[in-house]
Design a protein around this ligand. Sequence first.
Ligand code: NAG
Length: 245
Amino acid sequence: MSSSRFTSSLYLLTLSILLQNVLGVDPLYSSCSGNEKSTANYGSYKTSLDVLMSSFYQLAPAKEGFALGSLGQKNLDRPYGLVLCRGDVSSSDCSACVADATREIRKRCPYGKSGFIAYDNCLLKYSNKDFFGQIDSQNKIYLYNVRNVSNPVVFNQKTKDLLSQLANKAYIARKMYATGELGLGGSKKLYGMAQCTRDLSSANCKKCLDGAISELQGFAGGKEGGRVTGGSCTVRYEIYPFVKA
Ligand SMILES: *[C@@H]1O[C@H](CO)[C@@H](O)[C@H](O)[C@H]1NC(C)=O
């Protein structure tokens, strides 16, 4: 199993926006497991995977940014996959991100039985194991802003309050997605987002978000922004509005 944990001390938001505008394709992170080139069944697995991936391009934008599926012959290895667009992206941005994600992961992971790729606007993963409904503790990205806030104790509490409120909304929301803001005094505000992949039960969505919030407090405490993007859920906070209306 390849190591899929990744911590960046760089704050990548500005950079990733620039790169996405200029190049169109630049994932925050990707991982790939297994080299199955030599195994007898890989051909059929790969064919199924290609069909599954191309269906995502149609399905995800049409189904409010989320699609999952599995296909292949019963007695052979078959791929399970899902794709999720961030709750606020338009269906055209969702299509564009899914197109980038499917093309890029096939390029980066041509013979892998499992892969994961995450962008600002979407994430995609697949595996030969049925992972639907399970909380993904392998695929996770941690990002934070290197800038410190001046009043970390108060700020961390506000961050925790906001994200906990959003977790409580997201796990019962139809799209398992919530955004919100909280005043920081004066004209300053804290902005947050929480989202789960919709293969999870409500209970697992809540559990995933609560876990991500406590991880975020650990590594991004006192920082001006931070996020945990995982294969099952994402939480993020910033001191500027980052969600598209
Ligand atoms: C933020 O605070 C940490 C710990 O006090 C310090 O090591 C770091 O240099 C600070 N970062 C900035 C950008 O000032």
